[in-house]
Design a protein around this ligand. Structure first.
Ligand code: GSH
Length: 213
């Protein structure tokens, strides 16, 4: 099997988590930003992540891929979970997370941005979605100030420490926090830091702090 991703993409992080957690034999393929033809040939539209299954068929949708890979390699390990507060936190923070991360993603080194053409296509896509990226960059201090009370809430939500097993909410929360590791001045509290480090290690998913801007 092969999983096609953009390295920066939080949705693509989800299937990478189950691959790393269960150490599945799934190759990772990069689709270049601006490449409309490849994903459209696979699933009829420009989107990642996409899984090519053993039978040669293609599957989009990150959580569908997560559950397919989990169930295809018995025993299935993801519990349904019941973390409404965590899910609500992710939903609330997601737009703020994007405002902080998108201008940084466009400037950082990712394999899907390895050519000038691909980076230009990504910048154009994000300008279409978010408007002036420089304005987002310049808003960093304000966005971080808006995020801080949310991070304080998350400290409380994560007070019990990371569980030994993963549930559905982990596949929403960890990708959002991993994205935020590209923000140089992000100040995670100790519980969030412990959670991020635990999930990154268990799922063998690299953080972005090495390329933080
Ligand atoms: N619901 C989808 C969302 C995937 C998604 O939005 N992926 C973004 C990449 S971050 C995408 O493919 N955007 C369209 C594009 O590249 O033009 C999932 O969970 O897999």
């Amino acid at each position: 099997m092969e999983l096609f991703i953009y390295e920066h993409c939080p949705f693509c992080c989800r299937p990478q988590m189950i691959i790393g957690l269960k150490q599945l034999d799934v190759a990772i393929g990069i689709i270049m930003e601006g490449d409309v033809e490849t994903p459209t040939r696979m699933v009829g539209r420009k989107v990642v992540p996409i899984l090519r299954k053993d039978d040669g068929s293609f599957m989009p949708e990150s959580m569908d891929i997560v559950h397919y890979l989990d169930q295809a390699s018995a025993p299935a390990v993801i519990s349904a979970g019941n973390k409404a507060a965590i899910d609500a936190w992710v939903e609330r923070v997601w737009p703020l997370m994007l405002r902080l991360c998108v201008p940084r993603f466009t400037r950082a080194d990712f394999r899907e941005l390895a050519t000038d053409e691909a980076r230009a296509a990504f910048i154009a896509r994000e300008i279409k979605a978010f408007g002036d990226l420089q304005a987002l960059w310049d808003g960093t201090a304000e966005f971080l100030a808006q995020l801080q009370p949310r991070l304080d809430e998350l400290e409380t939500l994560l007070a019990q420490g990371p569980a030994d097993t993963l549930d559905e909410s982990d596949f929403r929360l960890f990708p959002a926090l991993r994205s935020l590791t590209i923000v140089k001045d992000i100040a995670f509290g100790p519980n969030v830091r412990r959670y991020v480090a635990d999930r990154a290690a268990r799922c063998r998913v690299a953080l972005f702090d090495g390329k933080a801007l």
